[in-house]
Design a protein around this ligand. Structure first.
Ligand code: FES
Length: 286
């Protein structure tokens, strides 16, 4: 029983305490002042840093960032960089200069490309092939020359001289006192129809000077043979009369062939100083 009476006695006390508490809510009790320790000197000058309490730090943080969740528009606005200021109408747009390229981004000077392996082999092949080609060509040319020389040695010389016997035409083709010169260059003779020791005859004179072997010329105006080398002169019948020539011109053998033509044989010569011109083999009587 004593335990039940106690709460009853306490109720009036609680009831009495409520108005007091209500009064306390209407008028907040002042915060007790916190005794702060004296600031300690940090540096040698004796100045103390400013001391901030927790409430001031929280207030500063709440003012800098909006607490709580944010919408997508707010987040995009925060992430979006600030747009550059648009130029006013009539003003030229100012383009900021391009930043300089770093060293690693600059193009490097091109180096001379080394010769490919295929070109090098081709060059070596041409070099070696040229040397071998020159060598083989030289050997082939030398062999060919030796072959030609051997063939030339094995065959006899070609006879280029005119034949020793040849026909010059009929006796009627040589009128008296005429020196025919058309056989001088080819056969080296002068067919002449002349008179020797009272006899009319056709003879074949040798076109060689009896001095030193030059070829005289027939001078129709002077009716004589004249040697251009030392001036020897010969009559139409071949007798020498001037110059260093020691003897008359020589004659070739001449005869009438079976066909009636005059045939000259250069394999035989006749000399006047030896009395050979009296031989009928060196003239054709007309
Ligand atoms: Fe003819 Fe001397 S060679 S005159």
């Amino acid at each position: 029983m004593a335990r039940k009476a106690a709460p009853a006695a306490a109720k009036p006390a609680a009831a009495a305490a409520k108005p007091a508490a209500a009064k306390a809510v209407d008028k907040p009790a002042p915060k007790p002042k916190v005794e702060r320790p004296a600031a300690k000197a940090v540096d040698g000058e004796g100045t103390a840093p400013a001391v901030r309490d927790t409430s001031s730090i929280l207030a500063a943080a709440r003012g800098a960032a909006k607490p709580g969740p944010m919408s997508k528009a707010e987040a995009a606005a925060r992430m979006k960089p600030s747009a550059p200021a648009k130029p006013a109408k009539g003003e030229a747009a100012v383009v900021p200069p391009m930043p300089a390229k770093p060293e690693y981004a600059k193009p490097k000077p091109a180096k001379a490309a080394p010769a490919p392996e295929g070109d090098r082999r081709f060059f070596l092949g041409v070099l070696v092939g040229s040397a071998l080609g020159v060598g083989f060509t030289t050997v082939a040319a030398t062999t060919g020359l030796w072959t030609l020389a051997f063939a030339r040695f094995m065959f006899p010389n070609v006879l280029t001289e005119p034949p020793s016997k040849f026909k010059i035409g009929f006796p009627s083709d040589f009128p008296p006192g005429v020196v025919e010169e058309k056989y001088k260059a080819q056969f080296g003779i002068w067919p002449v129809s002349t008179e020797y020791k009272g006899l009319r005859q056709i003879v074949a004179l040798k076109t060689v000077c009896t001095h030193l072997g030059c070829t005289p010329n027939w001078l129709e105006a002077e009716q004589k043979f004249k040697c251009p080398c030392h001036g020897s002169g010969f009559y139409k019948d071949g007798i020498n009369f001037e110059g260093p020539a020691p003897r008359p011109l020589e004659r070739y053998a001449i005869r009438l062939a079976d066909d009636g033509q005059l045939e000259v044989d250069k394999s035989r010569t006749f000399q006047e100083e030896l009395g050979q011109w009296s031989d009928p083999a060196c003239f054709v009587a007309v």
